[in-house]
Design a protein around this ligand. Structure first.
Ligand code: DGT
Ligand code: CA
Ligand code: ZN
Length: 579
């Protein structure tokens, strides 16, 4: 059956295409379908099981969207999308990712200069051809060139934000896993290692009927173009130009295949060298004896690591940066699992202007996930539109009292997400701040200050006894906005010294603290982290899992994550700084 995620993806593609067709992100139709995407994503039932009339009764879904959903579920594609794909091919859609390029400009570039791809745009810039075009100021050309460089949007260097790749990969994995002939499916490559950007998606399938698998794969509606089709490997492009490679292997070789295609290349090279040193040969089919070719291990990754006398190395750590030596010496860090997390300390509800689920629903979802404690952290009053006044906080606290009675097994803290202003000060006043159980303080403005200014600002905020944690440290939005400049070492040391936890924000668009900075934080005595979802909707508690992957990639030890602690010990951490 067509899943809600699949339907949402199809509608999102329609939205992206309509932005170009209508020439505006604000066009009525665009907004209507956008609302429908959100509605389908958060629908508690299967949209595919609803009639057009029933769909229309769902808030956010109108008559024409209901018809499109039925069309997609019944026929596997939407005629309007097929037609728009021809007008705006994948390469042209890529232009829309460049900050500063709106739909009108993209269409104008095509009409005036014949530019329909990032490559051609780069050439046009090199030829100085953008000067004087309507709506493009003198500096635009240079700004666009910088944006293309920064996002790596061209050619083989093009990298896609993990959020986009994960969404697409999950759809393919779910579809293939549902086939009778398939015993295992795993997305591999940089996505499994949880890099924040992905060049292409590598999927490995265990099956004795490769033909079936390939046919099902290329018939998926997200496939816009098949670029390579063989017996055991098929490569396709999605409508946004993301490449997916699917490889089918024998079930007995599945472990060796996912090990090889997960990589990284450097990790593979080092593993292969270690094999050779032991008189063995490692390739994508298995680990075998050099003499005679007897297979030593191939079915699971764990059996291969074991045969090489290594502890199992989790995918997130396989970057060839010392993990093999550590595994050989039984010195791998004691990493965290999602099941270790007992609390979520960054949660919004519709009390915040940007929250999308009610407080009752958020609390119910947290309890449903088995969390032992949560902090409700609506935005502080200084954040325009989204923030809460003191009166609103008092009113919300009365709701929290009621909810505590309804959920006796869940400890509900009254918190806040404070805004760190330009100089490191936060919302409210010291007396009022003391009334919160927990505050996370984040940067939401002034992203362009110098490194020294940003670092000072964070240090000042950490000196505030009410600030228990710093939220999404760099403020980056993967693929869209770079993080602030900061002296990471100074920030880590100050966090340890002041007893301020650093949040690892699990939003796939953020993953912040970034894993490369987490690697730099290794060995700093007393530095603590808190893995948080920053949920604005009940579905986002799933961000805990992404936060854990990011922490593992940064070699973060379980013992340094405070929301693994039982509640009383967690509270000790908070109070140590306050007293
Ligand atoms: P990316 O660039 O985000 O797609 O990153 P990966 O790591 O997914 O790289 P990709 O897709 O080129 O290859 C997938 C895996 O296949 C890679 O992580 C390791 C393996 N692999 C690819 N090329 C080589 C190679 O030349 N030697 C070895 N030993 N392994 C390779
Ligand atoms: Ca890849
Ligand atoms: Zn937040």
């Amino acid at each position: 059956m067509t899943s809600n995620a699949d339907i949402a993806r199809a509608l999102q593609e329609l939205v992206d295409l309509l932005v170009l067709a209508e020439g505006s992100k604000q066009a009525f139709r665009v907004r209507a379908y956008e609302k429908a995407v959100a509605a389908v994503q958060s629908l508690p039932r299967e949209a595919a099981e609803l009639s057009a009339a029933e769909l229309e009764r769902v808030p956010g879904i109108g008559k024409s969207t209901a018809a499109k959903i039925r069309e997609y579920v019944d026929k596997g594609s939407i005629a309007r999308v097929t037609e728009l794909r021809k007008r705006f091919p994948a390469e042209m859609m890529e232009l829309m990712r460049i900050p500063g390029l709106g739909p009108k400009t993209v269409v104008m570039l095509r009409d005036r200069l014949g530019v329909t791809s990032v490559e051609q745009l780069k050439q046009a810039i090199a030829d100085d051809a953008l000067q004087g075009l309507p709506g493009l100021g003198t500096k635009s050309q240079q700004k666009i060139a910088i944006a293309i460089e920064r996002l790596g949007l061209h050619g083989k260097d093009r990298r896609n934000p993990i959020a986009e790749a994960m969404g697409i990969a999950s759809l393919v994995v779910d579809a293939l896993a549902a086939l009778d002939s398939v015993t295992r499916v795993q997305y591999c490559g940089s996505l499994r290692r949880f890099r924040e950007t992905i060049a292409d998606i590598d999927i490995v399938v265990a099956s004795n009927s490769p033909q079936d698998v390939m046919e099902s794969f290329i018939s998926m509606s997200l496939v816009a173009e098949v670029i390579g089709h063989g017996d055991t490997k098929t490569s396709v492009l999605t409508a946004t130009g993301l490449q997916i490679d699917v490889r089918v292997v024998k079930p007995s070789q599945f472990g060796a295949a996912i090990l090889y295609f997960t990589g990284s290349k450097q990790h593979n090279i080092e593993l292969r060298q270690r094999s050779i040193d032991q008189g063995l040969l490692l390739n994508e089919y298995g680990l075998e004896e050099t003499d005679g070719g007897k297979v030593v291990a191939s079915r699971t990754e764990a059996s291969i690591y074991k045969a090489l006398d290594l502890d199992y190395i989790p995918p997130e750590m396989r970057e060839g940066i010392g993990e093999i030596e550590a595994a050989a010496e039984r010195q791998l860090p004691n990493l965290i699992d999602v099941g270790d997390l007992r609390g979520d300390l960054h949660v919004h509800s519709t009390w915040s202007g940007d929250g999308r689920s009610s407080l009752d629903d958020m609390v119910a979802a947290a309890a449903g996930r088995g969390l032992e404690y949560i902090a409700i952290t609506e935005h502080g009053e200084d954040l325009a539109i989204n923030g809460l006044s003191r009166d609103q906080i008092a009113a919300e606290r009365r709701e929290l009292e009621r909810l505590r009675l309804d959920y006796p097994d869940l400890t509900i803290l009254s918190g806040s997400e404070l805004n760190i202003d330009r100089h490191g000060n936060v919302d409210y006043d010291p007396d009022f701040l003391e009334t919160f159980d927990w505050c996370v303080a984040s940067i939401h403005t002034h992203f362009d200050l110098s490194e020294a200014e940003q670092t000072d600002r964070l240090l000042t905020a950490m000196e505030n006894p009410a600030v228990s944690a710093i939220g999404h440290l760099t403020g980056r939005r993967i693929g869209h906005r770079p993080g602030i400049e900061l002296n990471a070492r100074a920030v880590f040391e100050a966090a340890a010294a002041t007893g301020t936890a650093l949040e690892i924000n699990g939003h796939l668009h953020r993953l912040d603290v970034p894993s490369d900075l987490l690697l730099q934080a290794r060995g700093i005595e007393g530095l603590k982290f808190v893995i948080s979802t920053d949920s604005h909707h009940t579905s986002e508690f799933a961000n805990l899992e992404w936060g854990v992957h990011n922490a593992r990639r940064g070699w973060v030890e379980r013992s340094s994550v405070i929301n693994t602690l039982p509640f009383d010990e967690f509270l000790e951490f908070v109070n140590r700084k306050r007293n």
